[in-house]
Design a binder for this molecule. Structure first.
Ligand SMILES: Cc1cc2nc3c(=O)[nH]c(=O)nc-3n(C[C@H](O)[C@H](O)[C@H](O)COP(=O)(O)OP(=O)(O)OC[C@H]3O[C@@H](n4cnc5c(N)ncnc54)[C@H](O)[C@@H]3O)c2cc1C
Length: 419
């Protein structure tokens, strides 16, 4: 097909991978980013999990039971700071509507389809670029200390197996044999599930190296320190983006602005994306650092070894666009992580970080077409942006080129996203 000029807005995971796919297909790609490098916002220090098998949305019937106890507790994995914010209220109502068993199953199936496609496309990307980013293909081990949650995980795994997921239940002894670092735990673990298709890696290193590769090998132009002030429209099309005092024009425009895709409100596009704040800490690895990425469902925190570092991430807080690091939110993550890994390098200097996941009520991203013929979306990936980046970018590139994507995008587009 004829080469197009494409302008990608945002240089996080979704923007960079989109630029890569389009440029490798021969299009002329420009990326605009307000920060001084790629992955400086939500893609900066995430949990590192490529959790292709972890597709159960936050909106599910079991969440309804947990919400009352979780919502207002300071050390809860889910925190809600009530405020008069119409976007938050609308988002919350749509979230509750998605908590039925039928909606949760549908959203899970849609996420899984994209996740497994992502796994396939990530392999292609890694093969073609050869970039290193502390990638580890060891699966993800989910651990349990309550029979009820272990049983639920086995049922969920049976449902997901229908779509091609492979998860193996493990006894406590098998968990400890697989990850000896857990032997020192102060918790009474009863078992685990090994998601064998899953992997882990450093999203920021990936993004920065892929952006460099795109510049060097594919001629992509990155304009850093260039904040987008306005998207200009004319009739049913976008005709320019005004950023950093300049006017950029292209044949097609892709919004990959994460939690700031709300910028499109100015042209009448109201997306159901609300920031869900999360935190991470990064410690140096030591002899007691797990080698396999872990998910601790009881505290909703994840652990990934990234080379010589241990990344621990968690918390979902609804507090608008406030991305400040609050020590009182970090403290419960550390306390929970210490119960699991008491011998990790807790006395070493650590890095702390907070950022905003671009979350949708149904838990699926918003991809592809908009009412503007040449404006496309690759956003709303919430807790799974690293996991879903490759598949999303390939699918969105297909839509931009005007042909059917390799996977069915039902439930993954703007259509019905707000309901
Ligand atoms: C604590 C935490 C842990 C997580 N763990 C995992 C995990 O283990 N696995 C997983 O799959 N996902 C995880 N995620 C989710 C994942 O990190 C996100 O879904 C993903 O980073 C979103 O990428 P993005 O490109 O959409 O957004 P971003 O990375 O935020 O990129 C958007 C870019 O747009 C730029 N931008 C915004 N406004 C403008 C403007 N006006 N002008 C110019 N540029 C602009 C921003 O600066 C930013 O660089 C986690 C998230 C958090 C917060």
């Amino acid at each position: 097909m004829a080469s197009m000029r494409v302008l990608v807005m945002g240089s996080g995971l979704l923007g960079v991978v989109t630029a890569y796919v389009l440029a490798s297909r021969g299009h002329s790609v420009t990326v605009i980013e307000r920060k001084s490098e790629s992955a400086a916002e939500t893609s900066f220090a995430n949990g590192g999990q490529l959790s292709y098998s972890h597709a159960e949305p936050w909106a599910n019937p079991h969440m309804l039971g947990k919400l009352p106890a979780w919502l207002f507790r300071a050390d809860s994995p889910l925190i809600f700071r009530p405020r008069l914010d119409l976007d938050m209220i609308r988002w919350g109502i749509a979230f509750l509507r998605n908590c039925t068993a039928a909606r949760a199953a549908e959203n899970c199936a849609n996420t899984l389809r994209l996740a497994l496609y992502s796994r396939e496309k990530m392999a292609v990307l890694m093969r073609e670029t050869g970039i290193a980013f502390d990638y580890a293909e060891k699966g993800i081990l989910h651990i349990f200390d309550h029979e009820e949650s272990f049983r639920h995980a086995r049922m969920q795994a049976a449902f997901q197996a229908r779509f091609g997921c492979e998860e193996t239940p493990l006894s406590r002894d098998e968990v400890l044999a697989l990850e000896p670092a857990l032997a020192a735990t102060g918790r009474h673990l009863i078992g685990g599930m090994l998601a064998t298709l899953d992997a882990s890696g450093d999203a920021r290193t990936f993004c920065i190296r892929l952006a460099e590769w795109c510049e060097r090998k594919l001629g992509v132009t990155f304009h850093y320190r260039t904040a987008i002030d306005a998207v200009r429209r004319s009739g049913g099309r976008v005709d320019a983006v005004v950023a950093g005092g300049r006017t950029f024009t292209a044949d097609a425009y892709v919004a990959a602005l994460g939690s700031y895709t709300s910028l499109l409100k100015s042209i009448g596009l109201r997306l159901p994306i609300y920031p869900m704040k999360g935190y991470s800490i990064t410690l140096p690895a030591n002899d007691a650092t797990p080698h396999i990425s872990l998910t601790d469902g009881s505290y909703k925190i994840v652990f990934s070894r990234l080379g010589d570092r241990l990344r621990i991430a968690g918390t979902a807080e609804f507090a608008g666009h406030d991305a400040r690091i609050m020590p009182k939110r970090i403290a419960p993550i550390i306390a929970a992580a210490k119960t699991l890994l008491p011998l990790a390098a807790w006395d070493a200097p650590r890095e702390e970080w907070a950022c905003l996941r671009p979350s949708t009520p149904r838990g699926t991203p918003t991809l592809g077409r908009t009412p503007y013929a040449n404006l496309f979306l690759n956003t709303g990936h919430g807790t799974l942006g690293w996991t879903l980046a490759a598949g999303s970018a390939f699918a969105v590139a297909d839509v931009i080129e005007g042909h059917a994507p390799e996977i069915d995008l039902s439930g993954l587009t703007l259509k019905g996203a707000a309901s």
